[in-house]
Design a protein around this ligand. Structure first.
Ligand code: B12
Ligand code: SF4
Ligand code: SF4
Length: 268
């Protein structure tokens, strides 16, 4: 088992933020269906991988330019790229029992990746409800986690209150009054999406955060994450795939349907 080599290999493909969580602490947070006993008996450590800044997007574009069929044949090409990248690197873990999970919205089993990444020392909880990473700020996607039945040193905790002392330009920049008592509210934000198109292509509050401006996503990546339909059209243009050859239309994110689709809590 070579965890450092796995981490280096994934970082080279844009999964450039990694941490290790204590499985026993995870078990205190979740209900029976998501405890390690149910997911992988004997789990001791959980490797958590994220993508900071635009590295993963650039690696995706390079892959799709070489293999346009990876776009034409996948409803969620970025998530599919992450799965392929992980599958290619996985043999570095040798014969240690393990199980991978992904943060994709259509994952078979949803885990609360923000809580996992918190345990793995990747960042703290911001006013935006997003995990704020010390190097990448709010520009961090959470992508994959590997439950491992082997000991790996746990990562130190990150700064628990990353917004302390900040005058909160995120709140001032939000046109949808989505903050309640200074904290982002998913219900307010979702309601605003239902009544206005102002945030259909980006989030002004997230973009106003002064942390890590050098890692803000570029316009193409922002559009892909916030407006999948037009984001996919742009992706086709960037990799030279004709619309007629594309087997999918971009859909999501599902601002007002996610409660029906997703359950990351322990009960069910
Ligand atoms: C469903 C979903 C949505 C839904 C609902 C969002 C929500 N808040 O629940 C919708 C469509 C609205 C949405 C929107 C967005 N999402 Co979203 N979403 C998800 C998904 C698939 C599941 C989340 C979920 O079910 N939540 C329901 C329960 C768990 O949420 P909750 O009770 O409100 O959340 C509590 C816990 O997370 C808890 N918590 C416990 N410990 C910790 C520790 C930390 C550090 C934090 C931050 C929270 C936390 O705090 C919350 C309040 O009690 C996750 C991927 C995953 N598997 O985790 C991505 C995810 C949370 N989304 C993400 C992002 C980036 C977004 C968007 C910016 C959209 C975009 N286009 O990229 C917006 C804005 C979100 C925001 N400001 O919070 C990222 C967050 C990355 C990060 N740095 O934190 C994730 C992890 C996806 C990813 N691949 O990276 N999302
Ligand atoms: S998406 Fe729009 S309404 Fe929601 S937090 Fe961002 S700026 Fe505010
Ligand atoms: S703008 Fe300030 S308060 Fe808002 S998320 Fe960024 S650091 Fe936190």
């Amino acid at each position: 088992m070579d965890v450092p080599a796995l981490t280096r290999t994934l970082a080279a493909a844009g999964l450039n933020a990694a941490g290790v969580a204590d499985a026993a602490r995870w078990d205190t947070l979740v209900g029976p269906p998501r405890k390690t006993e149910a997911l992988l008996a004997g789990t001791q450590a959980i490797l958590v991988f994220g993508s900071g800044g635009g590295g993963l997007w650039e690696a995706l574009l390079a892959d799709l330019r070489r293999h346009p069929e990876h776009l034409a044949g996948e409803a969620h090409p970025l998530d599919a790229f992450v799965r392929r990248t992980v599958a290619a690197a996985d043999p570095l873990l040798g014969d240690v029992p393990r199980r991978w999970f992904f943060a994709a919205a259509d994952a078979e089993l949803h885990l609360d990746f923000r809580a996992l990444a918190d345990l793995a020392g990747l960042g703290g909880k911001s006013r935006m409800g997003l995990l704020l990473h010390p190097e990448f700020g709010l520009w961090l996607g959470l992508r994959a986690a590997c439950f491992l039945a082997a000991p790996v040193p746990f990562s130190p905790a990150a700064h628990a209150e990353p917004c302390a002392g900040c005058p909160a330009p995120c709140v001032a920049a939000c046109p949808g009054s989505a903050f309640v008592n200074g904290q982002w509210s998913v219900d307010r934000c979702s309601a605003f999406h239902a009544e206005s198109t102002a945030c259909e292509a980006s989030c002004s509050a997230r973009s106003a955060c002064p942390k890590a401006p050098e890692h803000r996503y570029g316009p193409d990546e922002l559009q892909y994450h916030y407006d999948r339909k037009h984001g996919r059209e742009r992706l086709r243009a960037l990799v030279g795939l004709a619309e007629a050859q594309d087997g999918f239309e971009g859909v999501g994110p599902h601002w007002n349907e996610w409660r029906r689709k997703v359950n990351v809590h322990g009960g069910a």
